[in-house]
Ligand binder design. Sequence first.
Ligand code: FES
Length: 169
Amino acid sequence: MGKRKKQSAIKEIVDLSKAEEILDHYEGVRGALIPVLQKIQYEYGYLQEEAINLVAERMSISASEIVGVATFYSQFRLEPRGVHMIKVCCGTACHVKGANKIAKEFSKKLDVAVGSTTEDSMFTLEEVACLGACSLAPIVTLDGDVHGNLVPDSVGNIIQGTGKHGRSK
Ligand code: FES
């Protein structure tokens, strides 16, 4: 068998073939930037720098303009998702019942801004529109599981429930 050298030292090469296909599909279509970015994010999980540069080149838009669009719309992500995805509902019912405080508590406990991923890539914290369980407001989903009727003190238990983190702040 051939020698297997350490691969960790080798920079990960991003396969942009799917992004190329998406761009081919939208070639010459006016106003296609948003759907292109949506599809690329769907494929890759986020909009990595290499993909943004490719879109910039192919659509003759500057990379900084694309980043501007991506940061304007909360649906876009410029960094990879964490192992665990926390979605804090900020729909009307949840907002009225203190969703803000819940989001702040997650942010504080995980030391991460809303819309970002923790440095150790364990958690991504997002705010989302109504998740359709308003009777349980305020709610949060963790990896798709709903946690309802929350108060800020519930947050620590939810994080601990992942079994991965013993953060306490
Ligand atoms: S507003 Fe949060 S579930 Fe509807």
